[in-house]
Design a protein around this ligand. Structure first.
Ligand SMILES: C[S@@+](CC[C@H](N)C(=O)[O-])C[C@H]1O[C@@H](n2cnc3c(N)ncnc32)[C@H](O)[C@@H]1O
Length: 242
């Protein structure tokens, strides 16, 4: 069966989460590209790029500094397709002197395409897995110098896939390194249920800061001014990290 994500490519939810992803990774890249190794984890990766669906909406270009819009416009001009989270993450973090990727995708056809596209783009240091495991993350982090971990958790429906969300949150929680979690929550109360006081939540309320940041863009909550508010909060939180 064709992966159901094909009918969402470029829709409002995609634009929201992808813009926040690129904004966050841009901030992190500027700040840590020379001093840390980026460990990027996509627990539900889908594709490097995919054809725009008929539910695709406008990108709404924000201005000269809008890296997300620049990436998507360049991709559409070059291939007629839309970059998905792995492709955007690869582009936004290209400035890192050292980076490692953990790309998880349960659909074997999509996983094969992901392998092909990453190889074609010349991005190496990628581990591909059908599903996330804490052991893989621990091994990656252990082999990295001064790791900075960014984890995108993006299932179709949190309610149907709780374990696939709990396992990466628990693994990230065990890490003793700066870590940002981005969980796309479809309006579900993931943060309240899963993320404890070790995590600073940038979109819900502030917890005492201790080098862990989580945020939960949803299609309803973080659009328009709230979106830039989230980026400001993340920038402020990052400023407190070494
Ligand atoms: C919402 S899509 C991901 C979209 C992608 N992250 C993006 O932003 O463009 C969810 C993907 O997760 C995959 N999937 C479902 N359950 C999974 C699991 N337990 N582990 C890894 N991938 C899973 C599906 O095949 C689908 O491709």
């Amino acid at each position: 069966m064709r992966n159901p994500q094909f009918k969402n490519v470029g829709n409002r939810g995609d634009v929201t989460k992808h813009r926040l992803l690129v904004d966050s990774l841009q901030l992190i890249t500027e700040r840590f590209k020379d001093t840390r190794t980026l460990v990027y984890v996509d627990t539900h990766a889908f594709a490097f790029r995919a054809p725009l669906s008929k539910n695709a909406g406008p990108i709404a270009h924000r201005g000269a500094d809008d890296l997300y819009a620049q990436f998507e416009e360049a991709e559409q001009a070059a291939t007629g397709k839309c970059l998905c989270s792995p492709g955007l993450a690869a582009g936004a973090t290209a400035g890192f002197r050292e980076r490692r990727f953990l790309i998880c995708e349960k659909d074997p056809v999509q996983l094969a395409f992901l392998k092909c596209d990453f190889a074609q783009e010349g991005v190496d240091s990628v581990r591909f897995r059908p599903v996330f495991s804490g052991k893989d993350l621990a091994a990656l982090v252990e082999s990295a110098h001064a790791p900075f971990v960014y984890m995108l958790i993006d299932p179709f429906r949190y309610e149907h896939d709780k374990d696939a969300v709990r396992a990466p949150v628990a693994a990230a929680d065990r890490l003793d390194h700066p870590t940002v979690l981005q969980i796309f929550n479809y309006g579900a109360p993931i943060a309240d249920e899963l993320i404890g006081p070790r995590w600073k939540q940038t979109s819900i309320e502030d917890y005492p800061f201790c080098n862990k940041i989580a945020w939960n863009p949803s299609a309803d909550r973080l659009l328009g001014p709230a979106e830039s508010h989230a980026s400001c909060l993340l920038a402020a939180a990052l400023a407190t990290l070494q």
